[in-house]
Design a protein around this ligand. Structure first.
Ligand code: PMP
Length: 426
């Protein structure tokens, strides 16, 4: 039978639907599924794509230019890998440092260095401004928000639209000198999958800010993580910012965490040469240099930027069926009832499920009872508080395909059951 929006169902229809779904929910809860859709991790099959890395560089292969990668030094990272990533990011090699295993550490460093020592544009260290604030595009990445929370920034959420945030709102907020910066994931954002438009990027580069040392942390974690045959073009934000007279505005980071091995890849910082020198000056006190052996391994593994892109197409072959299965499972459960909507991302690691206002927490709890672990509702918002309790982040990459199907089906079931009960209560 043709499905109708829940709002058009009679009390009797709702009651019948509720009892069917509740019975199914009970049955599934008895099984103890033990499925997990919480974190955006690569699956074992994806990790296997990089198995060859474990044998690289081969014995006897130690030189990056004249540098013996087995020895100390070289805070900038090795030239070959800087050049490779510069090509991916569309910047010059001297605008990139290759760092250690995690871009999150680089972001943490950047903010802690600015807090303790100030940037080259800072009148004083940020820590001296006790009422410091930070702009957070929402829904966004929980670990970003954890860093600015830890360092005592008041986080101000700005809702994402299809092309990015409302830039009038961002400009209005950034006029406050207490606002020191903004988190952004420009391509296939976590968790919305959205990509910032050129127009939004242009305005971020151009806008006047109250703080002379305002920084955008441009986290390009998903720059090559396409689910299509084409790759998105990374905007050259360094050039845009220089043209607008704010050369140091962007601190761009990315990593190979979801290209090779999560937690055992290479991260990168891209910024102006003077900003990189500032970073190196401070980072060089806390380390004598990054793991260049792993950097050379990555150079040998990819060989070229094109090699890296081809490798990402192998990831895509594994991921596309999981995203398709997720979409079909949501459609099969929820289609036609008009109780939820979900993103259909062209890249990245997540699906953002929007449910009825005030029900996300309850749905996550129900899913847990039915044996499916989800990211806590609200995680995509500063302080873990989604003001509308509406967003659920689904991470379909890690479990095997059949488990993804089952887990998403259960999420759909819980979403519908919750919506039916809410409709009955009206
Ligand atoms: N940024 C974003 C937007 C992410 O989604 C993730 C991983 N979930 C990271 C950074 C973490 O990257 P890394 O492993 O390089 O610290």
């Amino acid at each position: 039978t043709e499905r109708k929006p829940l709002t058009e169902l009679s009390g009797e229809d709702l009651a019948r639907l509720e009892s069917d779904l509740a019975a199914e929910f009970e049955e599934i809860s008895q099984i103890g599924l033990g499925l997990d859709l919480t974190r955006g991790k690569p699956s074992a099959a994806q990790l296997d794509l990089s198995e060859r890395l474990l044998g690289l560089p081969e014995p006897g292969d130690h030189l990056a230019g004249k540098t013996d990668v087995r020895n100390y030094g070289g805070i900038t990272g090795i030239a070959e890998l800087r050049a490779l990533m510069a090509e991916i990011l569309g910047v010059r090699p001297d605008e990139v440092y290759a760092c250690d295993n995690a871009s999150l550490s680089v972001m943490y460093d950047l903010i802690s260095f600015a807090l303790l020592f100030g940037t080259e544009d800072s009148p004083r260290p940020w820590i001296e401004d006790t009422d410091r604030k930070w702009l957070c595009l929402v829904p966004g990445y929980d670990r970003h928000f954890a860093v600015t929370e830890k360092f005592g920034f008041e986080m101000i959420p700005v809702e994402m639209g299809p092309e990015g945030p409302d830039m009038d709102e961002v400009e209005r907020l950034a006029a406050d000198p207490a606002v020191k910066g903004l988190w952004a994931v420009p391509i296939y954002s976590n968790p919305t999958g959205l990509t910032l438009s050129d127009h939004v990027i242009e305005r971020l580069a151009k806008m006047e800010t109250g703080a002379p040392d305002f920084r955008v942390i441009w986290d390009n974690a998903y720059v090559v993580h396409t689910l299509a045959a084409d790759f998105p073009k990374a905007a050259n934000v360094l050039e845009a910012a220089a043209n607008a007279g704010h050369p140091n505005r962007f601190w761009q980071v990315c990593s190979t965490s979801k290209i090779t091995f999560a937690g055992a890849g290479v991260s990168f910082l891209s910024a102006t040469e003077s900003e990189l020198a500032w970073y190196g000056k401070h980072a060089g006190v806390r380390t004598i240099g990054p793991n260049k052996v792993n950097q050379l391994a990555h150079v040998r593994f990819f060989e070229t930027a094109e090699g890296l892109r081809q490798h990402m197409q192998l990831h895509r072959e594994i991921l596309v069926p999981k995203f398709e299965a997720s979409r079909s499972a949501l459609e099969a459960r929820l289609g036609g009832y008009e109780v939820a909507s979900w993103t259909d991302p062209e890249g990245g690691y997540f699906i953002d499920l929007s449910v009825g206002d005030g029900t996300a927490t309850q749905i996550v709890e129900m899913a847990a009872k039915a044996g499916v672990a989800l990211t806590p509702a609200g995680a995509a918002y500063p302080y873990g508080k989604d003001p509308n309790d509406r967003h659920i982040r689904l991470a379909p990459t890690m479990p095997p395909l059949d488990e993804v199907e089952k887990a998403i089906d259960v999420v759909g079931l819980c979403t519908l059951l919750c919506a039916v009960r809410k409709a009955q209560a009206v």
